[in-house]
Design a protein around this ligand. Structure first.
Ligand SMILES: Cc1cc2nc3c(=O)[nH]c(=O)nc-3n(C[C@H](O)[C@H](O)[C@H](O)COP(=O)(O)OP(=O)(O)OC[C@H]3O[C@@H](n4cnc5c(N)ncnc54)[C@H](O)[C@@H]3O)c2cc1C
Length: 367
């Protein structure tokens, strides 16, 4: 028996599970290691905040997907890999031996990079933690004036701000105040200028303050300290800065890039340990691509094919991620911004398009 461990139930691994369910692999014992028995699909999170989706609509049942694939679910997190002994050391103290391992465990939030954030801020990841905390935040907004600051001004932070504003407005919570804190003069730094301008206009129109060009340097119980010496009053702070790498891949001795993401070749194989594969945000592809769900989803089919080839002793194939991707950023109230290469546009059609894509993605996996 070849022993394969899938670490994390991310976008690429759910495809691997579906491929195994469709066509099981002989003589291979597969384990999925995941801290949760479900995977919350981040693309639908803003819609859940707004109240457009129930949380069940946004969840993939990893336990069911694993069961259909004949895969054992070990409910814990990877703490470290012992690459000599070929064992995964789990947070619950278990160690699981393997012949091959595939990692799709996503990015992490690093609130410890921002003094005070660990104690006084809510990170958007793990998404389970955020989902558990959001109803409490909403309740606080219902009870009293709430000043909510979001640290970050990338796509996730902007989508969350628009979704929360839409929810507050829908409930008549006009006293709730939202601010985005980003180091950039305009949000959405990686997107075309026209889209960034449109986002600025929309933020202003909806009363979401953007602290342009000012970085958060500390969080206290009642304010965020900014790098120009000023303070922003905040009763609650959400950290939604960009994707950061977990520390355990580098600590385990895997080759990583300077940010700690696992370096892989075009076969999605670790550059230092060919029996280790990685995909999604945790991977640093040889053809660099933005950290996004789009590329994590795209990596699913080539990863599934190469894990099968590996376990069956066949040749691996190279994968070249597409250069461009379609991004649809919801702006609340059934609207979205769309971006493809240098092109950008916005409207209700973009949100309907996003909704269709997201629902189709979920339906593929039986959700
Ligand atoms: C609010 C929000 C909205 C977003 N919207 C979009 C969007 O519309 N489009 C888009 O392209 N991107 C979007 N993103 C970015 C997107 O979420 C990520 O790029 C994407 O989730 C990366 O996928 P992944 O498969 O690498 O990891 P993930 O989706 O994060 O999955 C990783 C899985 O691994 C598990 N895991 C974590 N650590 C461990 C461990 N140590 N051991 C075992 N398992 C572990 C996690 O529980 C999780 O199930 C959004 C992000 C946020 C926060």
């Amino acid at each position: 028996m070849t022993r394969l461990i899938l670490i994390g139930g991310g976008h690429a691994h759910v495809h691997v599970l579906a491929a195994l369910a469709a066509k099981p692999m002989a003589d291979t014992d597969v384990t999925l290691l995941s801290p949760y028995s479900r995977q919350i699909y981040s693309g639908m999170l803003p819609g859940w905040i707004e109240g457009r989706y129930a949380i069940e609509d946004c969840c993939l049942a990893l336990d069911l997907l694993a069961q259909r694939a004949g895969v054992r679910l070990a409910q814990s997190a990877c703490d470290e890999l012992d690459l000599e002994a070929r064992q995964v050391l789990c947070a619950n103290g278990d160690s699981i031996p393997f012949d091959h391992v595939s990692i799709d465990s996503g990015p992490v939030a690093h609130p410890d990079d921002l003094p005070g954030a660990l104690e006084h801020a809510l990170p958007v990841r793990p998404i389970e933690g955020f989902v558990a905390a959001w109803p409490g935040l909403l309740e606080r907004a219902r009870q009293s004036e709430l000043k909510l600051a979001i640290v970050g001004d990338g796509a996730a932070a902007v989508e969350l701000a628009f979704a929360m504003q839409a929810r507050f407005a829908a409930e008549g919570l006009d006293h709730a105040r939202l601010a985005l804190i980003g180091g950039n003069h305009r949000p959405l730094a990686c997107f075309p200028l026209a889209l960034r301008r449109k986002a600025m206009q929309l933020l202003a129109a909806k009363g979401i303050a953007h602290q342009a060009g000012r970085r958060a340097v500390a969080v206290t119980p009642d304010h965020v300290q900014l790098d120009d010496g000023s303070q922003l009053a905040a009763d609650a702070v959400l950290v939604a800065t960009g994707a950061a790498a977990p520390s355990w891949p580098a600590h385990s001795g895997l080759a990583t890039d300077s940010d700690g993401f696992i370096r892989v070749n075009r076969r999605l194989q670790s550059l230092s340990h060919p029996f280790v594969f990685a995909a999604g945000d945790v991977a640093a592809y040889s053809d660099a691509r933005p950290k996004s769900g789009v590329f994590a989803v795209r990596a699913g089919p080539p990863l599934a094919a190469n894990l099968r080839a590996l376990c069956c002793g066949q040749a691996l194939h190279e994968w070249l991620p597409q250069k461009r991707a379609l991004y649809l950023i919801s702006t609340g109230n059934g609207n979205a911004l769309a971006s493809w290469g240098g092109f950008s546009a916005s409207g209700a059609w973009a949100w309907r398009w996003k909704d269709r894509i997201d629902r189709r993605f979920m339906a593929q996996f039986g959700a």
